[in-house]
Design a protein around this ligand. Structure first.
Ligand code: ATP
Ligand code: MG
Length: 416
């Protein structure tokens, strides 16, 4: 993409008070725009990051044999009354229409997905089933001060699975739980798994995936030596204790952000809707269900919190809006060379700062703020050698010169 085609702007500072680092950086770099507390527009570059995160998650869900659907966010009141959520879920947004009908905005989708799937699974032969969506969720959060990490409207991947036996459920549950760690690793995040009771869903066990960051709203105690981690609220241990799992490490306290979780829903939803299937003996049974969330937009906020320096964002390759940022100091000759780089590396991989009127300093500052992994400098000086200069935003590789007729080298050398 050419910078002159981008309508967004970068800002040196934010006029209003933004308490969270992710909101400050993402706003200054033109990735998001806040409409009101907890509600954001994802601008062109921000949307590319969000889509990259989404697509990594989507690939994993597909590999887990789950089918993608897109369910409504606007729900009739009746389904929320069926499960008790209408009166018991404090974050549920409720809407009254001009004809006095009442609706809820989806804060999760068990109420939609249970009838959707079970009306199509009359027999045990139709199960197991796993479906997911990646969509907006709405929650009347009291505090929305963590930037895009806690929205009142936010993007979530929610998957739901339906099983005929506890064993089959456990098998899938473990599969997803293990895969979550791979997903977060691919997104550049080290997640710790905490074990918790299922809260409002059930008394069954659930697992939360926590990333250590001071920007998080949770507090965990974790072992330095092994993967033991618990949330402070439920904990039978305290910081300084010997690790109950490995006995070698000592427990430390840290702030963390929940990026995903998996819940054992048991038979609650099948029973609430009285929707079951006929088993092999001709008897009606209720499905054992699981739900599996990942906060897609929160993940983007957490990545911004973990990957930045004093100059701006430093995106991991896997989610960066563009791999290359072509920093061109404008004159006719440089423009022709930059065009060559842009064509060789592909318009979909490059953000080309093709603006005329901007100073060199501003150009470099913007490239650092926006945080694409590889900066390619095209100036009179580099062209004297018939080359461009290739710089790593993260310092992952030493900067090097690359001849204009060997541009493929950029792809290889900037990967190592
Ligand atoms: P939290 O304790 O942070 O409120 P939760 O337990 O309510 O999270 P779930 O209902 O299980 O979260 O939602 C699944 C995932 O969606 C969470 O793991 C988190 O990553 C994300 N998420 C939850 N609430 C928000 C929010 N208000 N804004 C952005 N992401 C959210
Ligand atoms: Mg919550």
């Amino acid at each position: 993409m050419k910078r002159t085609e981008l309508f967004t702007r970068t800002e040196k500072s934010i006029g209003r008070d933004i308490v969270s680092k992710n909101a400050e950086l993402l706003t200054r770099a033109g990735y998001v725009d806040q409409l009101m507390a907890g509600v954001y527009t994802y601008m062109p570059l921000g949307l590319r990051v969000l889509r990259n995160i989404e697509n990594i998650v989507r690939r994993h869900m597909n590999e887990l044999g789950s089918s993608e659907v897109l369910m409504p966010a606007l729900h009739p009141k009746a389904i929320w009354e069926t499960t008790g959520g209408w009166d018991n879920i404090d974050v549920l947004f409720k809407i009254k229409s001009r004809t006095n009908n009442e609706y809820a905005l989806g804060q999760s989708e068990e109420e939609v997905v249970t009838p959707l799937v079970m009306n199509r699974a009359p027999s045990y032969k139709h199960l197991p089933v796993s479906v997911y969506q990646i969509h907006w969720k709405y929650r009347d959060e009291l505090r929305a001060k963590s930037g895009i990490m806690r929205g009142r409207e936010f993007f979530m991947k929610d998957m739901y699975s339906f099983h005929t036996s506890q064993e089959d459920f456990d098998r899938y549950y473990q599969l997803v739980k293990n895969d979550y760690l791979n997903i977060f690793a691919e997104l550049g995040l080290t997640a710790k798994v905490t074990e918790a009771s299922g809260g409002s869903f059930s008394e069954k066990v659930s697992y939360e995936f926590e990333v250590l960051t001071d920007a998080g709203e949770d507090v965990v105690y974790y072992c330095e030596a092994c993967d033991f981690c618990v949330e402070d609220e439920i904990a039978k241990v305290k910081p300084g204790d010997d690790c109950p799992r490995c006995g070698k490490g000592v427990l430390k306290e840290a702030k963390s952000a929940e990026v995903g979780n998996v819940f054992d829903l048991g038979q609650k939803y099948g029973k609430d809707f009285d929707l079951g299937y006929i088993d092999e003996h001709g008897k009606k049974q209720f499905p054992i269900m699981g739900c599996y969330g990942i906060g897609i937009s929160r993940v983007m906020g957490v990545i911004a919190e973990k990957y930045h320096d004093e100059k701006g964002l430093v995106w991991p390759e896997s989610v960066a809006p563009y791999r290359y940022h072509i920093v061109m100091l404008p004159d006719e000759q440089n423009r022709a060379a930059a065009q060559k780089v842009y064509d060789a590396l592909g318009a979909d991989n490059c953000l080309w700062d093709d603006r005329d009127e901007v100073s060199a300093g501003e150009r470099f500052a913007d490239a650092d703020l926006m945080g694409c992994p590889v900066q390619i400098v095209v100036s009179r000086k580099t062209l004297e050698e018939g080359s461009v200069e290739v710089v790593s935003r993260s310092g992952k590789f030493d900067k090097f010169m690359c001849k204009l007729d060997e541009l493929n080298m950029i792809v290889e050398r900037s990967q190592s």
